[in-house]
Write a protein that binds this ligand. Structure first.
Ligand SMILES: NC(=O)c1ccc[n+]([C@@H]2O[C@H](COP(=O)([O-])OP(=O)(O)OC[C@H]3O[C@@H](n4cnc5c(N)ncnc54)[C@H](O)[C@@H]3O)[C@@H](O)[C@H]2O)c1
Length: 257
């Protein structure tokens, strides 16, 4: 998709990758970007900096996603691109059900709610694009967090299903699988698991995502090694598990929690 002149929605836009992507979309000539986040004050400041429209939103609430989409359309025009990027850190590591439900709601259900709100309307007017930010943990793993690994895998699976369902109706679907990006989410966390291969800035990640959007790629990597790791895992899953087990044992002593 050529984003020039298009209207976009970006969630999780008060921080990190979402803010960087909102700036990149505006710099590439987007007609407008509705920037959504839970953190209303930070969002207001970031929207002013990026030239976007601040729409405080809790993406785990389906009616709030519907209201976000309606407001974006009312104030900016028909939405061409919906980027579901909001996410929650797997830190501190917890294993209670409330934490699982919260991560499930933000990492999976929010993507479903966005697709329900956006895809039918995009298809009815000739097309559009959904971009779901998952993680390399969704194709590999986040060895310190079962819930992050499971919900990001679910996000990748959902995106694949949506791509097959909506592609023929004119709505492209992409899923973004970053390795480590320097954002508030990763600040102060030890370098471990899937994330040893080059930390990049949020602005660099946003540029890689912009390239993926321009090329209409389904699977968008922000780091080159991610695809090679995935291929290795698919080629020999037992060897992959052995290697990850060894790595986890090696880093366990260095973990902070
Ligand atoms: N930083 C990384 O290394 C990395 C790697 C892989 C994937 N990701 C994914 O990229 C996305 C962006 O992460 P980031 O690193 O920019 O993190 P970040 O913490 O800087 O930004 C995430 C934003 O999402 C918002 N958010 C959380 N829950 C929300 C909710 N219910 N409703 C609305 N907004 C909500 C937060 O307020 C925050 O502003 C996430 O989905 C994350 O899982 C990040």
């Amino acid at each position: 998709m050529d984003v020039n002149g298009k209207v976009a929605v970006v969630t999780g836009a008060a921080s990190g990758i979402g803010f960087a992507l909102s700036k990149a979309l505006m710099a590439a000539g987007a007609r407008g970007v509705a920037m959504a986040d839970l953190q209303a004050d930070a969002l207001e400041a970031q929207a002013t900096a990026a030239g976007g429209l601040a729409v405080p939103t809790d993406v785990s609430d389906e009616s709030a996603i519907g209201a976000l989409f309606d407001r974006a359309e009312a104030e900016l025009g028909p939405v061409d691109l919906f980027v579901s990027n909001a996410g929650i850190s797997p830190k501190p590591v917890r294993d209670d059900n409330a934490h699982w439900h919260q991560q499930w709601n933000v990492h999976v259900m929010a993507h479903l709610y966005a697709a329900r709100a956006a895809a039918p309307r995009m298809a009815a007017r000739g097309g559009g694009k959904l971009v779901n930010v998952a993680s390399a943990a969704g194709i590999l793993m986040q060895m310190n967090s079962a819930v992050y690994t499971a919900t990001k895998h679910a996000a990748v699976g959902l995106a694949e299903w949506l791509a097959v369902e909506w592609g023929p109706k004119g709505v492209d679907v992409s899923v973004v699988c970053p390795l480590r990006v320097a954002t508030p989410m990763t600040e102060g966390t030890p370098d471990s698991g899937t994330v040893r291969d080059g930390v990049i800035s949020a602005d660099e990640a946003a540029l890689r995502i912009m390239d993926g959007i321009a090329d209409d790629r389904f699977l968008i990597y922000t780091h080159d090694p991610a695809g090679a790791y995935w291929a290795k895992k698919a080629a020999d899953p037992e060897r992959w598990i052995e290697g990850m087990t060894r790595l986890k044992q090696k880093i366990r002593g260095a973990a902070t929690d």
